[in-house]
Ligand binder design. Structure first.
Ligand code: OFO
Length: 171
């Protein structure tokens, strides 16, 4: 059974994951209307993943005697100066999410809720991967700079990356 404070903390994370999904959806749209098809599919699939992260939390809260709460969300920023700035924001956001997961892990230990602590380990591992991926992408983006040909190839490669990772994701 979840304590009230753990339930509240997990529900806060439900909101963060839902907002993450909206943020990446807005980024997908930004890229799509700019003709950056690869970046756009990457962001659409990131958005889907974040919704999965949210649903995983929802199920866990309900299964453990709590009730998931679906709240109002902050509207995401829809303007980006450049695709570089957009990927910078993605990394910043993932760092914020990692901090929030760490805080949750901390609370679960404080309350000696080992089931929640165990459940959260999946998120800890996921955040390591997501931050690493965002850093790798950003390094590439910085290398390309203003080179149009570079952007063309990057957009093509990131689409390939999205297709491959979707094929690898277990159902
Ligand atoms: Fe990328 O954040 Fe979810 O966990």
């Amino acid at each position: 059974m979840l304590s009230k404070s753990i339930e509240t903390a997990l529900n806060k994370q439900v909101r963060i994951e839902a907002e993450s999904s909206q943020i990446y959806l807005a980024m997908a749209i930004w890229a799509e209307v700019k003709g950056l098809e690869g970046i756009s599919s990457f962001m659409y699939s990131q958005s889907d993943e974040e919704r999965e992260h949210m649903l995983k939390l929802v199920k866990f809260i309900n299964e453990r005697g709590g009730q998931a709460h679906i709240s109002e969300l902050n509207a995401p920023n829809v303007k980006h100066k450049s695709y570089k700035e957009m990927f910078e924001k993605l990394l910043e956001h993932e760092i914020f999410v990692s901090e929030s997961i760490n805080e949750l892990v901390h609370i679960s230990l404080q309350e000696k809720d080992y089931a929640t602590h165990n459940f959260l380990q999946w998120y800890v591992a996921e955040q390591i991967e997501e931050e690493a991926m965002a850093r790798t992408i950003l390094d590439k983006v910085k290398m390309i700079g203003d080179d149009k040909g570079g952007l063309y190839l990057f957009d093509r490669d990131i689409q390939q990356m999205t297709i491959t990772s979707a094929a690898e994701t277990p159902e």
